[in-house]
Design a binder for this molecule. Structure first.
Ligand code: PGA
Length: 251
């Protein structure tokens, strides 16, 4: 049985004070981690402060990391720097990093291996552009990304990998994929995982939907058979809205 997950992606938002007020507002009222895997992914500079105050029912993740252990990579953060903060998760390959920082599938693959080696649980983001969807090549794009990004991982490694299907045209635009289209794509992702690994891995892998998920559309998305939860940007910034999304996972 896959456990539902609701993961906030704060992106480049919130000062330390804002981040702490959010944590104080949610951590007494979150459902048990056994019921919903609730995670907040935040800018690196506040991670340690958040981990200290995460409480019993919340876990913290980073939004990115480098794959090298150390070296001349100005401004970058290594996997061990992250693990010393106590974070459990790391987002890898978000479309904004692919688009604005030229992250390639090859680099994303290295990051996945590095995360797993360091005991971090990666949240791998994949998704098509509007142009690709209109050209009817969504499946090819998703299959290509998964094949390259997951190359060399074992079935055992996959126990800790979460996949977020995020159609790029739906991110931060207010446009959501219809629940049926989102489910179709998440089901396709699961099938690719089955062909790359095996049926048991596909059955256990958590596949999230991301792209303008919000309290108004969360129930319809979560009602779909292949959507195990969400990766949420805009609607995760206010505690009240994020709590609604987390609680929707209990229904
Ligand atoms: P959004 O972002 O919820 O603001 O569309 C989702 C994401 O980028 O992970």
């Amino acid at each position: 049985m896959r456990k539902p997950m609701m993961i906030a992606n704060w992106k480049m938002n919130k000062t330390r004070d804002e981040a702490l007020s959010f944590i104080y507002a949610v951590n007494e009222v979150l459902p048990s981690l056994d019921k919903v895997g609730t995670v907040v992914c935040a800018p690196a500079i506040v991670l340690r402060d958040l981990v200290k105050r995460q409480g019993d029912n919340l876990r913290i993740g980073a939004e990115n990391m480098h794959y090298e252990e150390s070296g001349a990579f100005t401004g970058e953060i290594s996997p061990s720097m992250l693990t010393t903060t106590g974070v459990e998760y790391v987002i890898i390959g978000h479309s904004e990093r692919r688009a604005y920082y030229n992250e390639t599938d090859e680099a994303i693959n290295k990051k996945l291996h590095a995360a797993i080696k360091h005991g971090l649980k990666p949240i791998l983001c994949i998704g098509e552009t509007l142009e690709q969807r209109e050209q009817g090549v969504t499946h090819d794009v998703l299959e290509g990304q998964l094949t390259k990004d997951l190359a060399g991982l074992t079935a055992e490694n996959m126990e800790n990998v979460i996949i977020a299907y995020e159609p790029i045209w739906a991110i931060g635009t207010g446009k959501t994929a219809s629940p049926e289209d989102a489910n179709e794509a998440c089901g396709f992702v699961r099938n690719v995982v089955k062909s790359l690994f095996n049926a048991a891995v596909a059955e256990e892998t958590i596949v999230l939907y991301g792209g303008s998920m919000k309290p108004a559309n969360v129930d319809a998305l979560l009602a779909q058979s292949d959507i195990d939860g969400g990766l949420v940007g805009g609607a995760s910034l206010e505690a009240e809205s994020f709590l609604k999304l987390v609680n929707a996972c209990l229904k």
